[in-house]
Write a protein that binds this ligand. Structure first.
Ligand code: AMP
Length: 262
């Protein structure tokens, strides 16, 4: 398997953090759609390693911003919304992405995970890409049932130190509640609490699901059933990518096992 050489700090901190990835071949510019818990984060990591694209997650941006000692009022409001499981205001999400447009120009391509989440964000993304002289190649829509999503999210545990993701029944750590990798105590993400999961699913149904029709009209949408192991879902994702005539020079390799995530 190839190794990503992207510097996530360039995305998380914006500004002029150096990031000079070696492209694996053609750059892939992809969006991952799907409900919370569909496994987009895991697939993004695996696709990144396989295709050499950069994983750009707006959820990671907001989680990283939690550590800011002096957040702006807009950022504080965004973090409160996130804590409740609600969507952050469009202007805030769009501005964060706009500030990082350097990452969209990455010569390795990009894989947007968690953005866009509303029609307004999708239109804003189209505008940003047009200004940059770029366009999206494909939108992968991960499909999974509501019951499965709730089971996955409520059992998910995360290591706050190394970010490794576990599940209490399908991927438990060797010692209960302790990270196998670094020994830290595992935590449940604020927004994986049952009351937040309900709100997140409502936000998904009302605001994000309609994006599938938006991208279908643009001829960019492909569906990927998000059931089975992460490796199986990855191979399914690679199949649909490979099936695109514009990706005839596809340069990645299917890979085997991997862990769960969002
Ligand atoms: P995720 O890690 O993608 O599930 O995102 C976690 C949370 O961050 C979401 O439940 C929202 O509160 C917030 N968030 C992330 N991306 C966006 C976005 N594009 N628009 C609005 N809120 C977002």
């Amino acid at each position: 398997m190839m190794t990503s050489q992207h510097n996530q700090a360039a995305w998380l901190q914006a500004g002029s953090v150096p990031c000079e990835p070696m492209p694996y071949g053609r750059p892939y510019r992809l969006v991952l759609l799907g409900p919370p818990g569909a496994g987009k984060g895991t697939q993004a990591e695996l696709l990144t390693r396989t295709l050499g694209t950069c994983h750009l997650s707006t959820g990671e941006l907001f989680r990283a911003a939690k550590c800011e000692t002096n957040p702006s009022p807009a950022l504080r409001a965004a973090l409160d919304a996130m804590h409740r499981g609600e969507l952050v205001a469009d202007e805030v999400a769009v501005e964060l992405v706009r500030e990082r447009s350097r990452c969209l120009c990455c010569r390795g391509g990009f894989l947007l995970d968690g953005f866009p989440r509303t029609l307004a964000q999708a239109e804003a993304l189209d505008g940003i890409l047009t200004d940059l002289g770029l366009s999206l190649d494909l939108v992968l829509n991960y499909e999974v049932s509501l019951e499965e999503v709730v089971a996955r999210l409520s059992g998910r545990r995360t290591c706050p130190v190394c970010q490794k993701v576990y599940h209490v029944t399908t991927r438990p750590p060797r010692v209960e509640d302790i990270c196998d990798g670094c020994g830290a105590a595992l935590v449940q993400r604020d927004d994986d609490r049952p009351e937040s999961i309900r709100v997140r699913m409502q936000a998904y149904e009302a605001s994000t699901r309609p994006l599938a029709a938006y991208y279908a009209r643009a001829g960019k949408l492909v569906s990927v059933p998000a059931v089975g192991t992460p490796g199986e879902i990855l191979n399914r994702s690679l199949q649909v990518i490979k099936a695109q005539p514009s990706f005839a020079t596809w340069s990645g390799q299917p890979v085997g096992k991997a862990g769960p995530g969002d």
